[in-house]
Design a binder for this molecule. Structure first.
Ligand SMILES: [Zn+2]
Length: 140
């Protein structure tokens, strides 16, 4: 990865989430301790039961392609080496949707519903890029 890329500096609940991801080395998602509902992005109160008691739980990162877009141009010079790349909305098996980036050989072969895995790539103590890995890549 190009070292000149802007590294986001999350705050509040997003900071809690990314610190959990970085410290565990795995994707984590906010989970309600009262009813077990997973939420993303993290919220102060559970959207199902309104409890404010939550934790960040390690999850497998597996899910399906809910939506995606293919970037073939970038106004940001630091990302030009990555072109073309996909920005993918992944619906995790736990329910929430997360956004990640994918670099694959045949981006036009992506299909909605395709099985993928979201993997964090740590950049700082407080942030990790979320990379989307396609199942066919995992097998090789
Ligand atoms: Zn709840």
């Amino acid at each position: 990865m190009n070292a000149n890329k802007v590294i986001p500096e999350p705050d509040d609940l997003n900071l809690e989430l990314f610190q959990a991801i970085v410290s565990s080395g795995h994707l984590c998602i906010q989970k309600c301790r009262n009813c077990g509902h997973y939420s993303h992005p993290p919220r102060m109160y559970c959207p199902r039961c309104f409890s404010g008691d939550y934790s960040y739980e390690r999850v497998s990162g597996t899910g399906t392609v809910y939506s995606y877009t293919l970037s073939q141009h970038s106004a940001e010079p630091a990302w030009k080496d990555e072109l073309p790349f996909l920005t993918v909305v992944v619906e995790l098996d736990q329910g929430p949707r997360v956004v990640g980036a994918a670099k694959i050989d045949e981006p036009t072969a992506v299909r909605l519903g395709q099985r993928v895995r979201v993997v964090p790539e740590t950049r700082t103590d407080d942030f990790a890029y979320l990379t989307v890995v396609f199942e066919s890549e995992q097998a090789s």
